[in-house]
Design a protein around this ligand. Structure first.
Ligand code: ZN
Length: 280
């Protein structure tokens, strides 16, 4: 039987604006419609961020709620897995970063497994206290963490949290490659991340993406190494060099084509649930 590959779409993120690409969805209406179209194109998981009226990153629980409501009422056939950010857009406090998980209980949420400098301008802080509390809260709320690792040290940190009971094995990882101050995106570095994972957290599942120029190298390498894939305008507003993405759907459709050409199958949301051990 062909191996199933999960596509996650990261529609919006906290940073790209309409000036960067007019097609990036920002409002709850735009995001909900976009998620639906991406689901039809093959995405099994939607990674969600919200924006305020000015288009800046926001952790406003009302916006998360509105987006989910629009998606579920306008498109009741859409069974996509929701994965909500806890990044806080670098401004929210520790409580604001997770209140939407508690209230809305999405099937997944992000767990950024360490602190780093962000884009040469700010600190993306994920303190030990925040992570310990977040991991335990997510277990209590039934929200599966997607452990985002921007460098190999964060995999080591995750292994520590598994030992401490903050994270529960089998853990699902997202390798975020090619971000400023994180591990550069290359096939060799992805192989190193995967081998580090195999030795420190055996039995885990993993997905990855590359920001900017390394996007396609990482996408193809992920398939070859048996990982899952994330695409979307959070990570890349360009489709290829000098060409803006027309939509998130366009990026998902390309990923689905590559998966099929490789000889794998695109996982449906229910197949992804099985792979990740989620209860619907
Ligand atoms: Zn994100």
């Amino acid at each position: 039987m062909a191996k199933k590959t999960i596509i996650t779409v990261a529609t919006t993120g906290a940073w790209p604006k309409k000036e960067n690409n007019p097609n990036v969805p920002l409002t709850p209406e735009e995001i909900a419609e976009d998620v639906y179209e991406c689901w039809k194109a093959g995405a099994a998981i939607a990674h969600l961020h919200m924006r305020d009226d000015a288009g800046n990153g926001s952790m406003d629980v009302a916006r998360f709620r509105e987006t989910v409501k629009l998606l579920r009422t306008n498109h009741p056939d859409c069974d996509i897995i929701l994965n909500m950010t806890t990044s806080g857009a670098l401004v929210a406090n520790d409580d604001q970063r997770k209140i939407h998980l508690k209230e809305l209980r999405p099937e997944m949420g992000t767990f950024d497994c360490g602190t780093m400098n962000w884009m040469h301008t700010a600190v993306f802080e994920n303190s030990p206290k925040f992570l310990e509390t977040l991991g335990k809260d997510m277990q209590e709320w039934g929200v599966k963490p997607e452990v985002e690792c921007f460098d190999p040290g964060m995999i080591g940190n995750a292994a520590y949290y598994v030992k401490k009971g903050v994270l529960k094995a089998p853990v699902h990882f997202q390798f975020c490659m090619g971000c400023a101050n994180g591990i550069p995106g290359s096939l060799k570095n992805l192989l190193f991340m995967k081998e580090t994972l195999d030795s420190l957290c055996p039995g885990s599942t993993w997905s990855c993406f590359g920001v900017g120029h390394c996007a396609m190298e990482i996408l193809y390498a992920a398939l070859a190494l048996g990982g899952h894939i994330r695409v979307g305008m959070e990570d890349n507003v360009m489709y290829s060099k000098g060409v803006l993405a027309e939509s998130n759907t366009q990026l998902v459709a390309r990923a689905a084509r590559v998966i099929r050409e490789y000889g794998n199958e695109v996982a449906t949301p229910d197949e992804a649930r099985e792979i990740l051990g989620l209860k619907k």
